[in-house]
Design a protein around this ligand. Structure first.
Ligand SMILES: O=c1ccn([C@@H]2O[C@H](COP(=O)(O)OP(=O)(O)O[C@H]3O[C@H](CO)[C@@H](O)[C@H](O)[C@H]3O)[C@@H](O)[C@H]2O)c(=O)[nH]1
Ligand SMILES: O=P(O)(O)OC[C@H]1O[C@](O)(CO)[C@@H](O)[C@@H]1O
Length: 714
């Protein structure tokens, strides 16, 4: 890895078993993506422009899996690192479908990791829908460009499973397609670039997505490791033979080889049916199915067990014993041997998948000089077009599969031509060095564009800051009568903030975002790192005003906006404020001071509709109804946790009633000298300082009092 000045790439690949020596095929979640990510990281790490690559994945300490997956860090030979973060039950390895509920925890763990490293990545690269869900949030929170590789897409897989006869509601339950597809859609609308392996993936697989029109795609196919996969050369026999004698009467017959995770989408069943129902194939060739690793069938996850049981039934039904090999285990080094063994005996590799987003195994077969028969749905279309090493088939059409197998197996010249073309094609098109070169060119393009955008923004607003990602203290101020009100005090405070870049600056206000931007601009206040607006119902970050969607999701709890309108529709003395003051999580009213309703009465009406809400009366004439979880103080505690900031590193300043709840506890509270009388009750409260000075001078006095940020927690 090069020096510290180069690029820092943060990869996210959350599910599966990922380590330096991957156990590919060990389960349905540890296959091509794992191999792809590790190969890509090694290739990038070899480039002098890259100074650091970290891969974030899930940490689990499961007695049934290799202890390496419980190690918080693993250094790879190239200098790249695997960083494992907790998310969900620490001692359980979970299938990818069961991780959705734990991804927000993963986001927070990733934030804490980034802050603890005190080094901000230049780009975040997410792999698959679950990492895309995390990547979108990190990108929003940190303002870092997101790159994404899908590997497999929910809409495409769902469509193919339904075409193969599965019921929609059953596969939605089994694979959580709605959550997965929603995550994929959001990645398409927010990623700076989506890396696809083929043109077909962009047009036909991503083409199924609503947000595809808004996405920027780059076709960048993976490579294949030519040190692992090579033609048999002079090798006239295979070291696998002894192991295969266990299954095959005549192991030197041409093998029909398939290698894939035992997943329904891989469609092994129709391949064995094509073999079993064709007497010529049955007589003249063997079937070799490498389907992951298994000890006891009964211990396999449900999906894999069903796939393999169905194959065993077919072997028995057609009495294929002695003609079909179903190895239970294999070592990583056996995989290249299976391809070479098949090439030595003039066999063929088959990928019969219902859909194959790309198909790394087809590159591996090509590099081994082994012709292929492959599904026409997905990446194989492009691979076979470039390598001219095989035949495409409809994976649901058994007759078509049989014809293609016969053509490839029994036409010796065709076999030779496909074998040679594959060897040449794979070297010409699919190399990790070429991948890394073009990948980094894309990263440079994205960063150039981001720098230009930042220059434009900072030109518009002097002193724009990106303090938050590395801040270790936070100063949050109410706006009216606190931050503003004394121009000299405000200018001095802004100068103090510029001298303390590790103190992030935010505002907390009852105004909506538009009004907040207006009032800050009117007083030449640089755009804060954080804006808590609408009385704590919205959290907006940085110069790009990116909203914290998780805070919004958090506020949905027992909130029913229409219910509030219905409950308070006919309360005497209440009148709805103008539309521009209203918010998704805020219903605002004017109060008739001559007949103000009581909070008790309002709460009663809301309770009758099971609505849990805050009722906030300010200045005796404005009333806000908010979700129970919304307030300036709750918002501050939420984001302090999110950014890994202890509350004693937070200083808040205010002057009126709705600032009270952003003080107290560990927080360093400051009440400015010109505060309104309703705050007198806080006089003797712990960790709340009543300044004598007014407006921003009072904030500066509070900073002195707490010796913030130095020994603020003293
Ligand atoms: O028992 C097994 C089964 C598979 N493999 C290896 O695992 C990888 C499987 O890759 P692939 O055939 O591409 O399938 P998936 O695991 O489904 O990979 C997903 O991600 C890949 C990379 O983006 C895409 O090529 C696939 O289309 C996509 O489904 C290959 O290297 C195989 O050699 C094993 O080592 N042992
Ligand atoms: O079954 P799906 O949803 O298509 O997922 C494909 C799986 O194959 C993998 O390549 C295994 O590493 C991952 O992309 C994913 O776990």
């Amino acid at each position: 890895m090069a020096d510290h000045q180069g690029l820092y790439i943060l990869m996210l690949s959350i599910h599966g078993r990922i380590c330096g020596t991957p156990e590919l095929g060990i389960d349905a979640d540890t296959g091509g993506q794992v191999g792809y990510v590790l190969d890509e990281m090694q290739a990038l790490a070899r480039d002098p422009r890259v100074s650091r690559i970290d891969l974030l994945t899930r940490r689990f300490d499961d007695s049934d899996t290799n202890p390496i997956y419980g190690a918080p860090r693993e250094l790879l030979e190239s200098g790249a690192r695997i960083i494992r973060l907790p998310a969900g039950p620490a001692h359980k390895y979970l299938q990818k479908e069961r991780l959705w509920d734990y991804l927000d925890t993963f986001v927070d763990g990733a934030l804490h990791f980034i802050r603890s490293e005190d080094c901000i990545p230049d780009v975040i690269h997410s792999h698959y829908a679950d990492a895309g869900y995390v990547g979108v949030r990190l990108s929003r929170l940190l303002g870092i460009p997101l790159m994404h590789t899908g590997h497999s897409l929910g809409r495409d897989k769902r469509e193919r499973l339904i075409a193969a006869g599965r019921k929609a509601e059953s596969i939605d339950r089994q694979f959580h397609f709605p959550r997965r597809i929603a995550a994929e859609e959001s990645v398409l609308s927010e990623a700076s670039v989506v890396l696809a392996s083929t043109r077909q993936e962009v047009d036909e697989q991503y083409g199924l997505y609503e947000n595809a029109v808004r996405a920027h795609f780059k076709i960048l196919p993976p490579g294949v490791d030519l040190r692992r996969f090579s033609r048999p050369g002079r090798q006239r026999s295979s070291p696998l033979l002894p192991g295969l004698r266990h299954f095959l009467e005549a192991p030197r017959k041409p093998p029909i080889l398939a290698i894939a995770r035992p997943d329904e989408r891989k469609n092994f069943q129709r391949l064995i049916e094509a073999y079993a129902t064709d007497p010529v194939l049955r007589e003249q060739a063997n079937l070799v199915l490498v389907m992951g690793q298994r000890d006891r069938l009964g211990q396999l996850p449900h999906g894999a067990k069903r796939v393999i049981q169905s194959i065993l039934h077919t072997v028995d039904d057609y009495d294929l014993y002695g003609r079909v090999a179903l190895p239970k285990h294999h070592e990583p080094e056996d995989i290249p041997e299976y391809y070479r063994y098949s090439a030595i005996y003039k066999g063929v590799f088959v990928n019969p998948a219902l859909t194959e987003p790309f198909g790394l195994t087809l590159l591996e077969a090509a590099a081994s000089g082994l012709p292929v028969v492959a599904t026409r749905h997905g990446g194989p279309q492009d691979i076979i077009r470039y390598c001219r090493n095989g035949i495409l088939v409809d994976p649901l059409n058994i007759g078509e599969m049989q014809d293609a197998l016969r053509q490839m197996l029994f036409d010796r010249q065709r076999w030779q031509r496909a074998s040679r073309a594959g060897l040449l094609g794979v070297r010409r098109v699919y190399s990790w060095e070429a991948h890394a070169r073009r990948y980094l060119a894309e990263v440079e393009r994205i960063l150039r564009r981001q720098r230009k955008q930042l220059r434009r923004e900072s030109a518009a607003r002097q002193g724009v800051r990106r303090a938050l990602p590395t801040a270790d203290h936070l100063l949050i101020s109410d706006i009216d009568n606190t931050l503003i009100g004394d121009p000299a005090g405000l200018a001095t405070l802004m100068e103090w903030l510029r001298e303390h870049p590790r103190v992030a600056f935010g505002v907390a206000t009852g105004r909506n975002l538009k009004q907040t931007m207006e009032i800050l601009a009117a007083h030449q206040v640089p755009r804060p790192d954080i804006c808590i607006t609408d009385v704590g119902t919205r959290i907006i970050y940085g110069s790009k005003l990116r909203e914290d969607q998780d805070w919004a999701a958090h506020l949905h709890y027992r909130w029913w906006r229409d219910g509030v309108l219905q409950a308070l529709a006919r309360v005497p003395g209440l009148r709805l404020q103008e539309k521009f003051t209203q918010g998704a999580f805020k219903v605002s009213y004017y109060v008739d001071p001559k007949r103000p309703p009581t909070a008790k009465d309002l709460q009663q009406r809301l309770r009758e509709r099971q609505i849990a809400a805050h009722v906030v009366l300010s200045h005796n004439c404005f009333l806000d109804v908010l979700p129970i979880r919304a307030s300036k103080g709750h918002a501050i505690r939420f984001l302090a946790f999110r950014w890994g900031l202890p509350l004693h590193a937070v200083l808040t300043a205010g002057d009126s009633g709705n600032d009270a709840d952003m003080m107290g506890g560990e927080i360093c509270g400051v009440i400015v000298g010109n505060h309104s009388p309703e705050l007198h009750g806080l006089k003797d409260k712990h960790h709340i300082y009543f300044a004598s000075a007014h407006h921003a001078w009072g904030i500066l006095e509070g900073i002195q009092h707490y010796r913030f940020p130095g020994q603020a927690h003293a």
